[in-house]
Design a protein around this ligand. Structure first.
Ligand SMILES: [Zn+2]
Ligand SMILES: [Zn+2]
Length: 245
């Protein structure tokens, strides 16, 4: 066994000479035993012990005063059941998300998917999920980029939890009017119209959906997608994101 391990190290050393491996989080060169992320950045990949809103997973400023829900969720009702966020969108986590998004380091998806699945397990969500659905990019953007980072993440999560990945359930609508040109009351509707049922939307009927995206900030996009999924008779929609803004 020792011999095999030595051989593996030699091969890796050889590869590193030609393709120096760099950390996904900080771009420093990795040590021989590091996998994708250096020791310093790995610390950032552990969930911070922050109190989060029970519904939308935003950070709570005064958790005691607000009894576990944030100001937004006390004002409005999101169409999803809840949000599970693996990490906070900052520092090395942000760097990894951007490295995937701009196509430099697609392998970073494995790091985020591992963390996200651990978080889903910790929240007991996996028992309440039948299918995995990615939030789709706009087709034009997908075409120019060549891939869809939310779909890569959703595929990695589906693979790890052994649930089917359903694509073409949602499709992105073109935003015909720019947000800035709309009155405030019209803006929410414009966002809501950002999704329409895709050609395979019937496949979520009666299913409990895990809706996957890479980053969640206000929750408006996930809400808009969840409305369409519920209209397609999905039983429930739980949102899973690698990072919460
Ligand atoms: Zn690093
Ligand atoms: Zn909230």
């Amino acid at each position: 066994m020792g011999m095999f391990a030595d051989a593996r190290r030699l091969v890796r050393l050889g590869l590193d000479l030609f393709f120096p491996r760099r950390c996904l989080g900080c771009d420093d060169e990795l040590l021989l035993d590091d996998h994708l992320v250096c020791g310093r950045c790995r610390v950032a990949l552990v969930q911070d012990p922050v109190r989060r809103c029970a519904k939308c997973a935003s950070e709570l400023v005064q958790p005691r005063k607000t009894r576990g829900s944030c100001p937004v969720c006390r004002e409005r009702a999101f169409a999803f059941r809840g949000v599970v966020a693996a990490l906070r969108y900052r520092g090395p986590v942000r760097a990894i998300v951007l490295a995937i998004k701009f196509g430099r380091r697609a392998e970073g998806v494995t790091v985020l998917a591992d963390r996200l699945v651990a978080e889903l397990e910790a929240h007991g969500v996996l028992r309440r999920i039948d299918v995995v659905v990615p939030i789709p990019l706009h087709p034009l953007r997908r075409l120019t980029r060549g891939f869809d980072q939310a779909e890569l993440l959703a595929a990695a999560v589906a693979d790890r939890i052994g649930k089917p990945l359903l694509r073409h359930v949602l499709r992105r609508r073109r935003n015909t009017r720019r947000q800035a040109t709309l009155r405030r009351s019209e803006r929410a509707d414009n966002l809501r119209s950002g999704f329409a049922p895709g050609i395979l939307s019937f496949s979520v009927r009666g299913r409990r959906v895990l809706l996957v995206d890479d980053v969640l900030t206000s929750g408006a996009t996930a809400h808009a997608a969840a409305i369409v999924l519920r209209a397609c008779k999905a039983n429930s929609v739980t949102v899973a994101v690698a990072a919460r803004g």
